[in-house]
Ligand binder design. Structure first.
Ligand code: SF4
Length: 207
């Protein structure tokens, strides 16, 4: 492994990549090329990508080669997700995507300093590793996963730190969706600045 290429973001530990429709959040239904990077030490109990946590399982791959695969798919947008993608330097990837007029979307917990140039930043805050104020300030979308009642307080704490034009979303944690979704709906009726986000890709069984 060449640490220098990793540090410069010329190589990244790509776990998987696929062209699909966005399944959750404000951009639901839009076509986008997903790049999932390995590595996350936040260890959310309900994480649905636990296999992404150990970055050592994903040998770094060349970003120029990634770009060729992305261009072949002809997407308008690329979503970079993880794992926690901000564990890595995303400047080079974003620069190359921008040179090719591809929109750049980031999905992050917000717990690491920002790199890269983004058209859309979705921060999904995690209690065990809270987002940095700078990331909350830059968020276009705050997406809080609701597992139980305590997550509403957590959602409001984070909402108090984002810009006024940031979209506020509550998303049922998948394993609790039958119990918690009606509670979220009642909450949004009382506090309509929030919107419901559903993981449509899981209902539709698409990647
Ligand atoms: S931050 Fe995301 S990838 Fe990391 S453990 Fe939590 S849900 Fe999983």
């Amino acid at each position: 492994m060449n640490e220098d290429l990793l540090d410069k973001g010329i190589e990244l530990p790509i776990m998987e990549e696929f062209y699909t429709l966005q399944g959750e959040g404000i951009q639901t239904g839009r076509a986008a090329y997903f790049v999932r990077l390995g590595g996350c030490d936040i260890a959310c109990e309900w994480c649905d990508t636990k296999e992404s946590w150990n970055s050592n399982l994903f040998p770094p791959k060349n970003v120029d080669d990634l770009l060729l695969r992305i261009m072949a798919a002809k997407p308008q947008s690329v979503v970079v997700t993880g794992g926690e993608p901000l564990n890595w330097n995303l400047d080079y990837l974003c620069q190359k995507l921008k040179e090719n007029n591809i929109r750049t979307f980031l999905e992050t917990s917000g717990s690491q300093p920002l790199s890269g140039l983004w058209d859309w930043i979705c921060v999904s805050p995690k209690k065990s590793s809270p987002p940095l104020d700078d990331l909350l300030d830059k968020a276009d979308e705050l997406k809080v996963i609701v597992h139980d009642q305590t997550d509403f307080t957590w959602a409001e704490e984070n909402a108090s730190k984002v810009r006024p034009d940031c979209y506020l979303l509550l998303q049922p944690e998948w394993s609790q969706r039958l119990q918690i979704t009606p509670v979220i709906i009642d909450y949004i009726k009382k506090f309509p600045q929030w919107r419901l986000s559903l993981q449509a890709h899981k209902f539709l069984k698409i990647p």
